[in-house]
Design a protein around this ligand. Structure first.
Ligand SMILES: *[C@@H]1O[C@H](CO)[C@@H](O)[C@H](O)[C@H]1NC(C)=O
Ligand SMILES: *[C@@H]1O[C@H](CO)[C@@H](O)[C@H](O)[C@H]1NC(C)=O
Ligand SMILES: *[C@@H]1O[C@H](CO)[C@@H](O)[C@H](O)[C@H]1NC(C)=O
Ligand SMILES: *[C@@H]1O[C@H](CO)[C@@H](O)[C@H](O)[C@H]1NC(C)=O
Ligand SMILES: *[C@@H]1O[C@H](CO)[C@@H](O)[C@H](O)[C@H]1NC(C)=O
Ligand SMILES: *[C@@H]1O[C@H](CO)[C@@H](O)[C@H](O)[C@H]1NC(C)=O
Ligand SMILES: *[C@@H]1O[C@H](CO)[C@@H](O)[C@H](O)[C@H]1NC(C)=O
Ligand SMILES: *[C@@H]1O[C@H](CO)[C@@H](O)[C@H](O)[C@H]1NC(C)=O
Ligand SMILES: *[C@@H]1O[C@H](CO)[C@@H](O)[C@H](O)[C@H]1NC(C)=O
Length: 809
């Protein structure tokens, strides 16, 4: 009897295996997979992966590749995540011309591989999980590994073109708000790109040089191998806790903003977390949305609204909370509400001030509601422009004061608030149940005790390490900031990666449908506008053909947004919608230096201060640790003046974003727009472009400040478009002219002669007293900056030093 049962079972097994074996591994030209036939699925020959239609919602299907061995199939790749197709009539077909097409009912193409091939091709699912279009000789025409969605499989590479984008939520597979990618600094980053703001949160943006990372290898590739070792061209490495060949693994950008490496427990079909980027998920930006507090629980985090706010969509906490009060409230009626042990990450307004709590609150109230809260830590206070990334933790020092209208608190009931906080009112979509998996599974599985301890050990050690590194950088950062403030008076604090994203309609409204043009430059037209919060802004509409993908634009713009210096124009936000790319800057009352020079309103003192401020701004761009940014277009049109005629440099960072092609192909010279008079010889001679090109342009600007003569008009005929005459014309005429006068002056021993020569070159229109000492320094600096040979020019920080060294009394 037993033998009979055994034989029966054996037969069943063979039957099952053969039916399983009948599932095809590949699809030939001219055939299709239909959404209506459950057996229209490709299987990899090892049986681990399947490809076909996968349900992603009510009557919503995606063409996907998934793991078959987990209890619930785990999707690793999707063709049409943002455009699911119907459950009836949809097919994916490999056409005769080699194109793989996904058609929704009604002949709508939802997705296509856009491939063509003259030879025969087939669609095959390889054992690695890679879905490929290949010829009979195994030449690969297209592969899913080149287009990851949210998951990386062993040896699948993340590259400069391939990045991971999280799903929207646990059950919604559309593109979400978090991505894992190589930024232009050649480093791997995690970026939050939400509905209102966008910020990179890993590696820690407050550290200039992330520990152990290497910025100078631009090959930009990263992958993990079959034993669970991740390696990257930026030298970031990590290893799975269960290191070794064996378990199936995947690296997934999860919907909650955490990057996790999972290992499959085949017996139970469950995924264990064997590495994750964050053990403290409250540090992930945007995880609770705006106007809320993130609190770490034992296993999960919980989100709750700040007092005076209510949750926006209870089913989706990532939208955060909205105010219960009216925003247009009389400012005199505001009060401060204390939140002990709460910190807000980023969104700093200005530098931390060493002031008393009372003084800080007063400044905050006077800011016309740009200031939403004041954080007070250890004797200094920091104004906050947005209530975002707030974290409560008992061991956080300091206190945050929230600015609220008085009457919103009359209805506020503290016991009510407490009860919402105690309740785990983060809905399941935000609670990170996947993390618990690790623990629960191990409790069931006594055999793996060692692994539990190993995992816990690694997690705890990782936590301690991250904590120590953070503390280290916190002090380093404070120390740096402090010295700078004392010794140079700079405003060097990095506004930590938080600024706004605007909608196109918002900006259209703010600029009265782009009616008030205030400037026109190489990169686009600038309009004046008034934002909804009353701030006057300069809104630049970029001539930007959206050929670079949006992520690159966002990453670049968020880099520019992080730059905060008193002599650099501040960017308040951006808009990236369909074809529109706009940047929102602070508005400068007095317009450009070019305008002010031509209308001749600047006296000598102002001109000197403009030269000095501009030098400080450029020095910050070149040499601060954030990034190495070349301006590439320093000229009086790009130096703007505020109401006190203090200069701020504009248009920085854009050359990198918008002229990548131009910089890599200098020979296409005729495409360089505008202002030849300010260009360094390197551009014409096809030499390497370094920060010294900005030094040269700066030198010309200073000569223009001194003499009042514009090189653009002097020099119009000096250089041919292809630069051929440049060899004969060794100098710009302005430079030559000044240099000759100066040689005459310095060769004479008589003080009176120097004075008279300087008088000769000075702008004759300015009828005012000047300090001979300042003019001499300015002229010396300018002549050094316009040296033909780039190595003989000083750096911008040297220029600042030279201009500030003297005590001009
Ligand atoms: C599989 O899905 C079902 C229903 O969605 C759920 O109840 C179950 O917990 C899931 N199993 C695993 C291992 O995730
Ligand atoms: C294929 O081409 C269409 C139309 O040009 C484009 O929208 C789509 O993104 C392309 N698909 C892929 C996978 O590149
Ligand atoms: C998934 O999220 C996207 C984007 O937020 C939304 O448009 C779509 O309706 C959502 N799908 C489901 C099934 O909720
Ligand atoms: C994976 O990478 C690590 C580190 O580079 C190496 O020691 C290990 O041998 C690799 N494993 C395999 C299977 O190649
Ligand atoms: C850059 O990274 C790649 C991939 O990790 C490596 O093969 C290459 O040797 C690196 N180049 C340099 C100059 O370090
Ligand atoms: C907000 O203002 C509008 C119009 O000024 C008013 O109708 C509304 O009742 C106010 N809401 C609250 C909560 O005060
Ligand atoms: C706030 O607004 C008032 C009047 O609207 C204005 O006088 C004041 O300068 C503003 N303050 C700031 C800091 O913008
Ligand atoms: C606070 O300030 C004191 C004295 O300046 C210093 O010893 C302490 O380390 C500071 N604490 C923090 C968290 O900065
Ligand atoms: C606050 O709420 C609690 C519980 O809902 C209630 O018992 C108490 O009376 C309320 N207090 C006020 C001042 O409304």
């Amino acid at each position: 009897m037993e033998q009979l049962v055994l034989a029966f079972l054996l037969m069943m097994d063979i039957f099952l295996q053969s039916s399983y074996a009948t599932l095809p591994h590949s699809l030939s030209q001219g055939s299709s997979l239909s959404v209506e036939k459950p057996n229209d699925v490709l299987k990899s020959s090892n049986g681990v992966f399947a490809a076909g239609f996968h349900s992603v919602g009510d009557n919503a299907y995606c063409f996907a590749v998934w793991f078959t061995q987990s209890a619930n199939s785990t999707i690793v790749w999707m063709a049409n995540r943002d455009q699911p197709v119907n459950g009836r009539g949809s097919v994916v077909s490999l056409l005769g011309d080699g194109n793989l097409v996904l058609r929704d009912i009604g002949e709508m193409d939802a997705w296509a591989s856009n491939t063509t091939s003259l030879s025969q091709v087939e669609l095959a699912l390889l054992d690695t999980g890679n879905l490929v279009l290949q010829t009979p000789d195994n030449d690969i025409l297209w592969e899913s590994f080149k287009f990851p969605t949210d998951t990386l499989l062993p040896y699948q590479q993340i590259t400069r073109h391939a990045k991971l984008i999280s799903p929207r939520s646990k059950s919604n597979y559309s593109s979400g708000w978090y991505s894992f990618y190589f930024d232009n600094d050649n480093l791997l980053h995690l970026l939050y790109n939400g509905p209102e703001t966008s910020s990179a949160y890993w590696p820690d943006p407050s550290t200039c040089w992330p520990l152990g990372r290497y910025k100078f290898n631009n090959s930009r590739v990263a992958f993990f191998n079959s034993s669970g070792d991740f390696q990257s061209s930026d030298q970031f490495v990590f290893s799975a806790a269960d290191l070794g060949i064996g378990p199936k693994r995947r690296l997934t950008m999860d919907f909650d903003g955490n990057l996790r490496l999972y290992s499959l427990q085949e017996k139970e079909g469950k995924w264990l977390v064997s590495w994750q980027a964050f053990s403290q998920p409250c540090s992930i930006h945007g995880v609770c949305g705006p106007n809320s507090i993130c609190v770490h629980g034992l296993e999960t985090i919980s989100c709750s609204c700040l007092p005076g706010f209510k949750v926006k969509y209870a089913h989706d906490w990532s939208y955060g909370c909205e105010p219960k009060f009216n925003l247009s409230f009389d400012v005199s009626e505001w009060i401060f509400f204390a939140l002990p042990n709460v910190n807000i990450y980023g969104f700093d307004l200005g530098t931390p001030l060493p002031k008393s709590e009372g003084e800080c609150k007063k400044i905050c109230v006077q800011s016309n509601s740009t200031c939403k809260a004041v954080s007070y830590i250890n004797g200094t206070c920091q104004m906050k422009s947005m209530l975002f990334n707030a974290v409560r933790s008992p061991n956080l020092e300091g206190i945050t004061y929230l600015m609220l209208p008085k009457n919103s608190l009359q209805s506020y009931n503290e016991s009510e608030e407490k009860s919402t906080q105690a309740a785990p009112n983060c809905p399941s979509s935000t609670s990170t149940t996947d993390i618990q998996l690790l623990e629960r599974v191990y409790l069931h599985n006594q055999g793996n005790q060692f692994l539990i301890y190993l995992l816990w050990f690694v997690t705890v050690m990782g936590g301690i390490e991250i904590f120590c590194i953070c503390i280290g950088f916190f002090y380093l950062y404070r120390a740096r900031g402090h010295t700078r403030r004392v010794y140079q008076g700079y405003n060097l604090f990095v506004a930590a990666a938080g600024f706004r994203k605007f909608t196109y309609n918002e900006l259209k409204k703010a600029t009265w449908s782009f009616s008030q043009e205030i400037g026109r430059g190489g990169y686009g037209i600038v309009y004046k506008g008034v934002l909804s919060d009353g701030r006057v802004a300069a809104i630049k509409r970029l001539n930007y053909e959206a050929r670079h993908d949006e992520g690159e634009f966002l990453a670049e713009v968020s880099t520019i947004g992080r730059i905060n210096h008193r002599n650099l124009i501040e960017m308040w936000g951006f808009c990236s919608e369909r074809k529109h790319r706009l940047l929102v800057y602070e508005y400068m009352e007095c317009g450009s230096l070019a305008k002010n020079l031509s209308s001749n309103v600047l006296d000598w003192e102002q001109r000197f201060e403009i030269a000095l401020g501009t030098a400080k701004g450029l020095a910050y761009l070149h040499e601060e640790c954030l990034e190495w940014i070349l301006h590439c277009d320093v000229k009086p049109e790009n130096i703007l003046l505020d109401s006190n005629y203090k200069p701020k440099v504009a248009d920085f960072g854009l050359s990198k974003l918008l002229e990548r092609d131009r910089l890599s192909n200098i020979s296409s010279f005729s495409t360089i727009r505008g202002t030849r008079g300010y260009m360094a010889p390197e551009w014409l001679l096809n030499l390497p472009i370094t920060s010294k090109v900005d030094v040269y342009s700066y030198g010309i600007v200073v000569l223009e400040l001194i003499t009042g003569r514009s090189p653009a008009t002097l020099n119009a005929a000096a250089v041919n478009v292809d630069g051929s005459e440049h060899q004969n014309h060794r100098y710009h005429q302005l430079v030559t002219w000044v240099r000759e006068k100066n040689i005459n002056a310095s060769s004479s021993s008589n003080d009176h002669d120097i004075a008279s020569t300087i008088e000769e070159i000075l702008d004759p229109r300015v009828d005012a007293q000047y300090s001979m000492a300042k003019m001499e320094v300015l002229l010396t600096v300018a002549l050094q900056c316009v040296q033909e040979e780039k190595d003989r020019r000083p750096t911008m920080s040297k220029v600042v030093e030279m201009l500030t060294r003297h005590d001009y009394t």
